[in-house]
Design a protein around this ligand. Structure first.
Ligand SMILES: [Zn+2]
Length: 246
């Protein structure tokens, strides 16, 4: 019987086979882990897509919820600190443009509970538009990418009352003349307090019409549904902002 004589390298053969087997197992495991990792990536990716698809609070909702906090005496005063100052130092990205009255009782950041960098605000008595305000709005929507335009009127507005009373006073005359268009369209409520607020509400809607007819940039963006423009009305008695038109 022939005796098998192991050659010197053969004594390593078994360990090598063993190691190869271990390596094979590791590779198989790696395949398993790779598959698991791949699945994890896919799940994470789909979750991320789902999150992206989940509508975040719309810009209107942010304002509505802010006004609700204000009404409930639960304002959180967001972005009203040094960190917000620094975060907006180099650039601003306001999510809404608000054109409203100069009235000291109607401060958008307060009634909507917003802070630094949130709102791009243009204020003029009677919340009417002119070329300079249109330019400001166009800058916000075209350059800064702001998606929402808000015209915010309010009850018991002195400028609206001035239009009703046919006030003539320096430059105020041409301002109230612009509001008279709304006054001329009032239809109901002969009582003075109702007349003023009805005219104020109509004035908001006319301002929106003027903005859209006067600004091609804004008109095109609205028609392309890239921005929204809404009319709102603030009640000086309740503190509530009413949505007139969206
Ligand atoms: Zn006013």
């Amino acid at each position: 019987m022939l005796k098998t004589v192991k050659k010197p390298y053969q004594k390593w053969l078994l360990p090598l086979e063993f190691l190869t087997f271990i390596g094979y197992l590791i590779l198989e495991k790696m395949k398993f882990y790779s598959l698991g990792f791949l699945l994890l990536v896919l799940v994470a990716s789909s979750c991320n897509d789902a999150l992206k698809g989940t509508p975040a609070l719309s810009t209107i909702e942010q304002l509505t919820l802010g006004n609700q906090r204000f009404l409930n005496n639960q304002s959180i005063h967001p972005h009203q600190n040094k960190a917000a100052v620094l975060a907006n130092e180099k650039a601003q990205h306001p999510f809404a443009v608000v054109i409203t009255c100069s009235d000291s009782r109607v401060s958008p950041e307060i009634v909507f509970d917003q802070g630094i960098g949130n709102l791009f605000v243009a204020r003029v008595a009677g919340n009417i538009e002119d070329d300079n305000i249109l330019g400001s709005m166009e800058y916000a929507v075209q350059v800064k990418g702001t998606k929402l335009l808000v015209v915010l009127g309010h009850s018991n507005c002195g400028a609206v009352q001035g239009a009703i009373d046919n006030v003539n006073l320096g430059h105020l005359t041409q301002l109230t003349n612009q509001i008279k268009v709304a006054f001329s369209h009032h239809r109901t409520y002969p009582l003075p307090e109702h007349l003023s607020d009805e005219t104020g509400r109509l004035n908001v809607l006319f301002t929106i019409d003027h903005i859209i007819s006067s600004s091609k940039i804004i008109r095109d963006l609205v028609n392309q549904k890239k921005i929204k423009i809404v009319g709102t009305f603030y009640d000086l008695h309740t503190g509530k902002v009413e949505l007139l038109q969206s």
